[in-house]
Design a protein around this ligand. Structure first.
Ligand code: FES
Length: 207
């Protein structure tokens, strides 16, 4: 993934991601107030010089990326059902490690979701859109053509189905969002059980 960060267009994409954080409000509880939104601007500003960082690996504890609980470990009681938060692996808060963590009913999921990566119905995907790298959001409200909870990208209305491996259901994203293997550790915290199952964000050539 390091090679991706060295692409010339990367600085442009990083700026786009930061701007997108301003627009990303729907369905994510951490953004329930203007104060929380202000917090976003101050705390999840992507690095300008490099998005590189240590990759996610097995055992990394997931923590809130935003809001008053920023940095606190996530457990199965951290998110109410049908809601989502943004998370980082602890100590690795770089943009390409940004995760959207969603609390859904385990019985709702179907392949190609990795069904053994869903502790207590939690699913974790990269929060970086595979089209042009904006930050995605989540909504549990059905809408015409998308009658189930969905991950959406505000930049060009890309939509993904979190219940089916984040496959693309609308808009221009060329690939699903990669899924992160999740487990619970001995303390009952949500932790990664390895890296994402695919590349994060857009690839050269828009694939
Ligand atoms: S960047 Fe997400 S749909 Fe274009």
């Amino acid at each position: 993934m390091a090679e991706e960060h060295e692409r010339p267009e990367h600085t442009h994409q990083a700026g786009m991601r930061r701007r997108t954080l301003l627009r990303w409000v729907v369905g994510v509880g951490a953004f329930s107030s203007l104060a929380a939104l202000a917090s976003v601007l101050g705390t999840v500003k992507p690095p300008q010089t490099a998005q590189r960082g240590e990759k996610i690996k097995a055992g990394d504890v997931l923590v809130f990326a935003l809001g008053q609980n920023k940095g606190a470990p996530l457990t199965p009681t951290s998110i109410v059902p049908q809601q989502a938060v943004l998370a980082f692996p602890q100590g690795k808060a770089v943009q390409d490690n940004l995760i959207i963590l969603i609390n859904l009913r385990r019985s709702q999921f179907i392949p190609p979701t990795h069904l053994n990566w869903l502790p207590d119905g939690y699913v974790a995907y990269s929060a970086i859109c595979t089209h042009l790298g904006c930050t995605v959001g989540f909504s549990h409200e059905p809408m015409p053509g998308v009658p189930y909870p969905h991950i959406h990208c505000p930049c060009h209305q890309g939509m993904y189905n979190p219940l089916a491996g984040a496959e693309v259901v609308a808009g221009p994203p060329p690939r699903p969002l990669p899924q992160l293997p999740l487990v619970l550790n001995a303390k009952g915290e949500l932790v990664a059980d390895g890296p994402f199952d695919g590349p994060v964000g857009p690839l050269p050539g828009g694939r």
